[in-house]
Each structure stands twice: as C-alpha cells, then as structure tokens.
Design a protein around this ligand. Structure first.
Ligand SMILES: [Fe+2]
Length: 433
C-alpha cells in the first residue's frame, strides 16, 4: 500500500559489534571523552564475572567507573531516581550499562534525569519532553532480546500505579554506542535465552505489522525474524554455540531498530501492563502472549503475516495468502512450545485477573498501532487464549514425535484447514476467531 503519511527514521547510535567486542569498551569510552562513568548493572552480571571483564577493559584505557549494581528486573522509579542522584553526587561524566533490558533502560532513565531535573516520572511519554540528549552512554547487552541498546525507549515500572510506562520516542534518549559482543551471552540460562529471544521476535513481528511500519523498519524486522527462526532453538539448546549467539544478538539489535520512534502493538501493550501487576520477566511474558496476539491480528494484515511465514523459512508456494498467514501464527505457537515458555500461571497470573489485565492493556498507548482493531473485550479473548495455551503446554511437555508431526501436518494442510481463521494449531487444536 502506498503511504501518504510522513515517516521519518533516525538512529544516533554507533554500532560496535564482534565476538570479543567487550575489549573495545575502554577505547570506545575514551572516544566519547568519558573518564568517570556510572556503570549501571545488576547482581547477576556481577556474579557471572562480566562486570570484572568490563572493569578491566575500562581501566586499561584509564577510565575509572563508579559502579551502580543495584538494578533489578522491571526497574522501578525510585531505582532510576537513586541512580541519577548517584550520578550527580559522584560527578560522573557518562554512562556504561552492562546487562539486559533492565540495566540498559535504567541507565537511559538515569541519563534523562541527569540531563534535566526532577524524577523519571516527569518524563513518561506524553508528559515533559526530553529536550536534552542524555550524557554519553555505552550500552553493552548481555542478553539477546530487548534491543534496548539501539531503541529510543526505556520502560520503567511505577509500583504505585502498578504499571510500566515508556520514556522516549526521541533520539535524545538513545545510547551513544551499542557495543554488541555475542560472547557475553553464552552463559545465559536456557529460559532467559528463550524469553529474551522471543521478545526480539515480538519486536520484529509487531513493528512489521503495526500501522507505523516503513521500508527501513520492514527490512530490519524481516531479517530479525529470519535469524530468530533459524537460531533461537539452537541458542536455547546449545548455550555455547557462538554462531547461534552471534545471530541472536544481531536479531535483537535489528528488531530494536525496527521500533524507530514508534511503539509495538497488542503483545507489548499486554506484557508491559501485566508486568506492572506481577513482577514477571518481560521476555517470557511477551513470548506467552505473542502467539495469541498474532492469532488475533493476522486477519488485519494477511499479506504481511504471509510474508512473515516466508521469513520463518516456511514453504508458502502453492498455498493461499490466508493459509500462509495462518502458517506464520502456527509457527510461533510451535516455537513457544519448543523453547519451553512458561504458562501464564507459572508467570504468576490467574484467570480471574483477565478482566483487569485486559482493561489495563486497552489503556496502554501501544494499542494504537495494532494491526487489527482491538478493545477491552478483544484483549480478554486474547488473554483467555494465552491461559489456555499454557495449560496445553502442561499436557505436552515434550516436542512432538516425527509421527505426531506428520499427523499434525496432515490436519493443518487438509483442505478444510484453509480459510481466514487459525485452525488446528499444534498446541491446542482450537480455532480462536
Ligand atoms: Fe519487548
């Protein structure tokens, strides 16, 4: 479809990437003129020895950081504000974030407050503008999923309102350098690899299908999908497989670039609001919701979902556009099983919370870009499916056998399975629409 709406794209982030790129951290800091950065990280990164690696790299270039290692998952307002106070009290002149999305988002939030005043609460999207660029910042991801090293967003939790809110939508919040070293992710546990990798896939799928897409974001999103489809199962199954880690790191970065200045869609509207209710990992929660959201959304943009099936490597020759779109949805349902994403219940949610969760999702601004019209009732339906799929997973704890897969394939490709609805998904055998 030809587009008359003005679209713009801007990324101010220098990409530095290779196996072992962490050794460039000191020289990259020096290039930015950083001498005393606040190094923002979490206890897990420290325990894994990655903090020591970073400190060594910085000190070899005479950069002496102040370590702020109190980051926790779903970083709250007071943590960001405390980090900003520390930044000012210590006379820091830049930021280094090492960790997953929580560490990088915390550092970006600290940068916003340090470059202005007040609390990070003041800079919730739609409130005070972020007029000044954050101080020089290097983001070093240790997971492959969030893409925060290149996005123009930080996600912060407000425990009082029980929500997570977005800060950004401007290049002023972007890190100055994204230093991507896939070797840092080889020790990631399987469940974290799975959840974060599926989060990257969700960014790619949502940004590719949302109303704000444009050619540049389409390109990076599709390549991210290809890499996730090819390498997530391998990275999950062989943690030290460097090739898989390399391409998953690239996938996360590309999917992060797919955001541009815009937000995602229903899966992120749901996971970000639900993540403010219970302290569940963002990746696993988004992963659990992605399949049901795609199942709901594919009828709005069938050509795009059919193209996603091709990015997944599925053979869509000789099938209709509608069938190909369904295949993309089924693929994500199966991937969710293959990488053992936990159920909604295991993530801390109960079905009686569905109406409340649906209302919160509908109030989230990311609802606006969703490829299919959605209201609170639709969100309830999607949540019901997400809960159902988790239970189905309990009944099928192992991947399907070859014979089962052949049988499933016959069901899925039978003439009756063609049409606009999703039928016979391997997890449930149910049709949602
Ligand atoms: Fe995400």
């Amino acid at each position: 479809m030809l587009e008359h709406t003005l679209r713009t794209y801007q990324s101010p982030t220098r990409l530095v990437q290779r196996l072992g790129a962490i050794r460039e951290l000191g020289s990259e800091a020096s290039l930015l003129g950083i001498r005393r950065p606040l190094l923002v990280t979490d206890p897990g990164v420290k325990a894994a020895g990655l903090l020591d690696t970073a400190l060594e790299a910085l000190r070899s270039s005479d950069v002496e950081p102040v370590v702020f290692d109190r980051v926790k998952a779903n970083p709250p307002v007071d943590l960001v504000d405390a980090g900003a106070a520390e930044y000012k009290a210590q006379g820091c002149d830049g930021l280094v974030a090492i960790g997953g999305g929580s560490s990088m988002d915390t550092a970006k939030g600290i940068g916003v407050v340090a470059a202005h005043d007040g609390s990070i609460l003041d800079y919730e999207w739609g409130h005070d503008p972020i007029k000044n660029r954050i101080p020089p910042m290097i983001a070093v991801p240790t997971t492959a999923g969030t893409g925060s090293e290149v996005t123009l967003w930080a996600v912060i939790t407000d425990p009082k309102r029980k929500i997570k809110f977005n800060v950004g939508g401007t290049s002023n919040i972007a890190s100055w350098v994204a230093l991507i070293d896939p070797e840092l992710s080889v020790k990631l546990p399987g469940p974290v690899t799975a959840g974060t990798g599926m989060d990257a896939l969700a960014h790619a799928v949502e940004c590719y299908t949302m109303v704000y897409h444009q050619p540049f974001t389409d390109a990076v999103a599709l390549l991210a999908m290809e890499y996730v489809a090819r390498y997530l199962r391998v990275a999950f199954s062989q943690g030290e497989n460097l090739q898989a880690r390399y391409y998953m790191s690239a996938a996360a970065m590309l999917a992060g670039l797919a955001y541009g200045t815009d937000s995602a869609g229903a899966a992120h509207a749901m996971s970000q609001t639900a993540g403010g209710v219970h302290d569940a990992p963002h990746g696993a929660l988004t992963a659990r919701l992605l399949g049901p959201v795609m199942e709901y959304n594919h009828s709005g943009e069938p050509e795009r979902f059919a193209r996603i099936a091709q990015a997944f490597g599925l053979d869509t020759r000789n099938v209709s556009m509608w069938r190909a779109a369904e295949m993309a949805v089924e693929y994500v349902h199966q991937l969710t099983v293959d990488v053992e994403i936990p159920s909604m219940q295991e993530l801390g949610f109960s079905e009686d919370e569905i109406p409340m969760l649906a209302d919160k999702a509908f109030a989230d601004p990311q609802t606006i870009g969703n490829p299919r019209d959605v209201n609170a009732a639709a969100y309830r339906k999607i949540y019901e499916q997400a809960f159902r799929l988790g239970k189905a997973w309990d009944r099928h704890p192992l991947p399907l056998t070859g014979a089962q897969m052949k049988r499933e394939k016959r069901v899925l490709t039978a003439p009756g399975a063609q049409g606009s609805g999703v039928r016979g998904t391997k997890e449930t055998g149910v049709k949602m629409q």
